[in-house]
Design a protein around this ligand. Structure first.
Ligand SMILES: Cc1cc2nc3c(=O)[nH]c(=O)nc-3n(C[C@H](O)[C@H](O)[C@H](O)COP(=O)(O)O)c2cc1C
Length: 199
């Protein structure tokens, strides 16, 4: 597919069918991860953990779920009287993975030689997988919230379930699956990100 057409078809999917992706699709996604550029060629500092087990995903979601519930509790404590319908008051269990049957967690070796490059590296890897998903007709969405929540709430940090090598931290992920509805094709716009020209 032409690159700009790929971008026109790209969007974040937040509703997935429960059907698992195929082995062939997963292999293509992992190949795309390996095709991403990584600073100083340090591919050995990156690690991918593929999670397809629903119970494990629920445990990995706990910190994010707690965080969204807590926000609601805070609203109740400060007495937001607009929260008066049953729907609003009922704490909705929030799945940060949106029911995706596969989540790939991208971890980076902890390092301080090039501060911050670990975030740039994992973003390249996740974006490469996200674009490959478009090409394959899969839906996907970046996963930051679930991992940030685990860093914020150490007692609900279940990242040990990822069985990472010593000294690696999960920084970003990609939730993947078949989209519950056909994604919209969008025209590309050139005015979303400000730019100036220095002559
Ligand atoms: C680094 C990064 C982290 C993101 N984390 C999340 C996330 O945790 N949960 C989520 O629903 N979307 C997440 N997104 C998706 C963005 O919200 C989305 O890309 C943006 O709103 C633009 O929408 P689009 O992808 O449909 O064009 C993330 C995107 C990026 C690039």
């Amino acid at each position: 597919m032409n690159y700009l057409d790929l971008l026109r078809q790209r969007s974040s999917t937040r509703k997935f069918s429960s059907e698992q992706i195929t082995e062939r699709e997963l292999s293509a996604i992992l190949l795309a991860a390996n095709g991403a550029p990584v600073g100083s060629n340090m591919y050995k500092d990156i690690h991918l953990a593929v999670v397809q087990n629903r119970e494990t995903l629920s445990e990995l979601a706990q910190a994010a779920v707690w965080r969204s519930e807590d926000k609601r509790r805070i609203k109740e404590i400060v007495g937001d009287t607009e929260l008066d319908t049953d729907d609003e008051i009922t704490v909705k269990a929030h799945d940060p993975f949106y029911g995706a049957p596969t989540v790939i967690f991208v971890s980076h070796k902890n390092q301080d030689i090039q501060p911050g490059i670990e975030y740039a590296n994992v973003a390249c890897v996740v974006f490469s997988m996200h674009l490959a998903a478009v090409e394959l007709g899969l839906g996907s969405v970046f996963m930051w919230h679930a991992l940030e929540s685990m860093r914020e709430i150490p007692e609900l940090d279940n990242s040990h379930l990822l069985n990472l090598p010593e000294g690696f931290s999960p920084l970003l992920g990609l939730a993947l699956g078949y989209p519950a509805k056909e994604p919209r094709v969008r025209e590309l716009r050139g005015d979303k990100i400000a730019a100036n020209y220095i002559n």
